[in-house]
Design a protein around this ligand. Structure first.
Ligand code: FAD
Length: 414
């Protein structure tokens, strides 16, 4: 779609937040456009066919808090099948790599850690989650690994107040054709300008001027939904500068989670939707989803500093590390059965620069700072602005709807 020179509302980013905002404004009578740097909608929701028979969500895959998740209803409307198979986490690890008794001991330590964090958060004083690891507990490195999956960061980088604010109904479903595919379909009927990289929002005059790689346009209101790392690193600039927003974004950095898809020969030997994880006693470990949806493959998940180090090694490093780890658990025979298909590199993605946000210790309040409108004209959405569903796709979607309501409220005030 070509860029018009003037709109009522410009929405920056066609991820879950931007799409949620655009849908909410659709019947408002206002003209709007979504400005998207990529050539596709969905942002950190991105489904590919790793082979003609293997669907792979490079970004979000789980409909977390499924009973409160707007994408469940959207999937129903758009005819996307929902899979309610239980996720292969916690107790559901498979095989000898993590014997039942050891697993139970680990889960106990993990839950006790979560409880200590929850109890400490009641005081209202913030601090690093790592302070609540039990001294000398042998599972601490693996608890840190779990933190990298949940937060994208180790416990020393995670605020306890923020961690405790996250709401989870513990219902986790999936979209058979992919969460990213659902988002792309949800965005298909919206006015989106693709390959449109926004570089500057000038709010010095009555109307806002937006500079993009496709030229500039003016708007009465702008909703910014880009990931925090882009705001913090000045990929999008504001004139006059907005130091509170940039500061808030810097204290809500995107942690890192990466996924890899490996094709699996003789797949029937492994259980469908199983989990493979070892008692590695290391933070530098992956967790493996065996045969997701029964497909002939293994999906690996890596987080935090380890994921960053693997990404920095270059394309293929995550697959190589995964194969080594799986072979160590299941035996040498598996080396010939596994073939790398695709891996994500979210830290190196110029329009994401990470995976999902966490608040640094002492900065749980920054989500509200980032979310606050400026001057009744500039509005902020995106997963990092969600008070309780941050780091998720549904949280991002709902934040977009919230920003759209703020726009309509500001329009009504005149
Ligand atoms: C590996 C991984 C696994 C995940 N797993 C889950 C999960 O299972 N469940 C879950 O709920 N969530 C999960 N998430 C998180 C979820 O994907 C995100 O929280 C959510 O998609 C963020 O949506 P958003 O709209 O806030 O941001 P984004 O999706 O990042 O959208 C922002 C958009 O802005 C665009 N943009 C950036 N810069 C510019 C610019 N200068 N000009 C114009 N456009 C720009 C981007 O291209 C992007 O499309 C996962 C994420 C990753 C990476």
């Amino acid at each position: 779609m070509s860029l018009s020179s003037s709109v009522d509302v410009a929405i920056i980013g066609a991820g879950a937040a931007g799409l949620g905002a655009a849908h909410a404004l659709r019947d408002s009578g206002l003209s709007s456009i979504v400005l998207e740097a990529r050539d596709r909608a969905g942002g950190r929701g991105h489904t590919i066919m790793a082979t003609p028979e293997i669907t792979f969500d490079l970004g979000c895959g789980w409909l977390h808090s499924a009973v409160q998740n707007a994408f469940v209803g959207i999937a129903g409307q758009l005819g996307f099948e929902i899979d309610k198979t239980l996720p292969p986490w916690r107790e559901r690890a498979w095989g000898k790599a993590f014997p039942q008794e050891e697993r139970a001991d680990f889960i106990r330590s993990l839950d006790e850690f979560f409880q200590r964090v929850h109890d400490a958060a009641k005081s209202g004083r913030d601090g690093a989650a790592s302070l609540y690891l039990e001294k000398g507990n042998r599972w601490n490195p693996m608890i840190d690994a779990i933190s990298t999956y949940i937060n994208g960061a180790e416990t020393d980088r995670v605020s306890i107040l923020d961690f405790d604010a996250y709401e989870d109904s513990n219902r986790n479903w999936r979209i058979r054709r992919g969460y990213g595919a659902l988002m792309a379909a949800y965005g298909a009927t919206l006015p989106v300008a693709f390959n449109c990289v926004v570089t500057l929002i000038d709010h010095s005059a009555r109307r806002l001027r937006i500079e993009t790689s496709l030229g500039s346009l003016v708007a009465d209101k702008v909703i910014v939904t880009v990931p925090t790392n882009l705001i913090a690193q000045g990929a999008i600039r504001f004139h006059p500068a907005l130091p509170d927003k940039v500061g808030a974004a810097a204290h809500l950095p995107l942690g890192l989670a990466d996924k890899v898809m490996l094709a699996l020969d003789e797949a029937d030997a492994l259980p469908k939707d199983g989990n493979l994880r070892g008692a590695t006693m290391r933070t530098e470990m992956g967790t493996f989803h065996l045969r997701p949806f029964g497909q002939p493959c293994i999906e690996g998940f890596f987080g935090g500093r380890y994921a960053q180090a693997l990404e920095d090694e270059g394309d293929g490093a995550i697959a190589a590390a995964s194969i080594d780890e799986i072979v160590a658990f299941l035996g040498n025979d598996f080396r010939r059965k596994l073939k790398p298909l695709k891996e994500s590199r979210w830290a190196h993605d110029p329009f994401a620069r990470g995976s999902y946000s966490h608040a640094l210790p002492g900065h749980a309040g920054k989500r509200a700072v980032l979310a606050a409108p400026v001057d009744g004209r500039l509005f902020f959405a995106g997963e990092a602005t969600s008070a309780n569903f941050f780091s998720t796709a549904h949280g991002a979607h709902d934040s977009g709807e919230r920003a759209a309501r703020e726009v309509l409220g500001a329009m009504a005030e005149g």
